[in-house]
Design a protein around this ligand. Structure first.
Ligand code: EPU
Length: 428
């Protein structure tokens, strides 16, 4: 088991290339189950969630070859194997196996998903959608059982705008008979990416990226080649880092339109940001103004950037309120930031940040993926050494984090934990 060590205070300079989007990848890989021939996906991030999903597809009989950033999946010999336990529990996105297997085999057994603990994360809207398409869905001892004689298109209104439910219903509906209408659908770029892959496989989907998606079911789907979109959350994390500690940082391979809400907030704080096609350049910032943020569904401020953004706010002048309307208890990073001398307190669904404060290096723990990102930002901003445990969370979402940051001039390295440290970590 390793920990991450950061010697804070160094200036970041140079360029960093953004990897493929984690939250697309974790849906695109299961989507390949729906095809009858080989699907190739390029630009994948080298992160643990991708490796786990590829091995899950192998467990059900797929032939999967993952080399560098490209995966080739031959789904022709896949079978509807029940997966109530094991690796499915290691990541939240294993719920996409439900929609994809239901679409292809009309049945699936999938253990309830794991992933980051951000408070309650129900999947009732996914299930509502599957049931509307004609599936019988039961929860037996922590696994979801889905079975349908046939799937028939339906009109489905999502009570909560959900990325996962929108994609999962799309995965099943592309193989249903007739038309499905998903109303109050989520509009995240990852949904468009999945719809693009499915369309290349022969699906008929209109309206992805708007709040009404129309799907005309088809008899079969074929293989195709697809290139994933860049990860807007990874890009956003580097943008935040560049504003915090940069003196000329170029973020390459990014779709700037996906980050409008973040860029607007960073500019409000005084950042100088230049946009050029698929690149964003951040100049040195002299003084940071405090702002409030409220996370919202896309195109609002993303909840996944709330935690790293909060670290940046500790260096701004004044008092700011960070409200998370998506996950009201996504604030486990705050206790850790306080260990680093941040002046932050949580009140209900909000964190109240007062600054500026010079953060101090400390021993801290990443409790979830983006909490980990917030501690990396804080560690780079802090005086002295910061030690971060819980790296398995960070490895789920950031490809080559250490190498990318070192290339920008950060002093950061991984170190083996001692037996004593592992014991303390496991008991904490
Ligand atoms: N919700 C329900 N019922 C449902 C589904 C969702 O009440 O059936 C609620 C959730 O509890 C939450 C809100 O709706 O309050 C939005 O949840 P959503 O379903 O959109 O989230 P998700 O699909 O489970 C994805 C990302 C998350 C990201 C959220 C919001 C993946 C694998 N995960 O989760 O990413 O925070 O959308 O944008 O795509 C991350 O990358 O760190 C991460 C957690």
């Amino acid at each position: 088991m390793e920990k991450l060590k950061i010697e804070g205070g160094h200036t970041l300079k140079g360029s960093v290339r953004i990897s493929g989007a984690k939250n697309s990848a974790v849906a695109l890989i299961p989507a390949a189950i729906l095809a009858d021939s080989t699907v190739t996906i390029e630009g994948l991030p080298d992160i643990s969630d991708v490796h786990i999903l590829c091995s899950l597809l192998e467990e059900i009989g797929g032939t999967v070859s993952l080399e560098n950033d490209k995966v080739t999946i031959d789904p022709s010999k896949m079978v509807s194997m029940p997966m109530p336990n094991g690796k499915v529990k290691m990541l939240r996105a294993s719920y996409y196996l439900m929609g994809a297997m239901l679409g292809r085999f009309k049945q699936a057994v999938i253990g309830l998903p794991g992933g980051c603990h951000l408070g309650p994360r129900p999947i009732d809207q996914h299930i509502k959608g599957f049931e509307a398409l004609g599936a019988k869905v039961t929860n037996e001892q922590g696994a979801i059982y889905l079975r349908a004689d046939e799937l028939v298109g339906a009109r489905i209104y999502l009570d909560v705008v959900s990325v996962g439910a929108t994609i999962n219903i799309m995965l099943a509906a592309v193989r249903a008979k007739g038309q499905t209408l998903i109303e109050n659908a989520a509009k995240e770029p990852e949904i468009i990416d999945v719809a693009t892959l499915l369309t290349s496989m022969g699906a008929k989907i209109k309206g992805a990226g708007t709040d009404v998606i129309r799907i005309e079911g088809v008899e079969s789907l074929h293989g195709c080649q697809h290139t994933i979109i860049p990860d807007r959350i990874e890009a956003g994390t580097y943008l935040i880092l560049a504003v915090a500690k940069g003196d000329g940082v170029l973020i390459d391979n990014v779709i700037p339109q996906h980050l409008e809400s973040l860029i607007a907030k960073l500019r409000e704080m005084g950042a100088s940001i230049k946009i050029n096609d698929d690149q964003i350049f951040v100049s040195k910032v002299r003084r940071l103004e405090m702002v409030d943020i409220k996370t919202l569904v896309y195109p609002g401020f993303p909840t996944d950037l709330q935690q790293p953004f909060t670290s940046l706010l500790t260096a701004a002048e004044g008092t700011g309120i960070v409200t998370d309307t998506i996950y009201g208890s996504r604030f486990k990073h705050i206790d850790e930031l306080r260990r680093m001398s941040a002046n932050v307190k949580v009140e209900g669904r909000s964190a109240i940040v007062s600054g500026p404060v010079q953060l101090q290096g400390a021993k801290v723990k990443a409790t979830d993926l983006r909490a980990g990102a917030s501690l990396v930002v804080a560690g780079l901003m802090a005086d002295g050494i910061t030690e971060i445990t819980g790296l398995e969370h960070i490895d789920r979402g950031y490809e080559n984090l250490v190498e990318k940051l070192m290339s920008l001039g950060a002093v950061i390295w991984r170190e083996q934990m001692t037996k004593e440290e592992i014991k303390n970590f496991q008991n904490s």
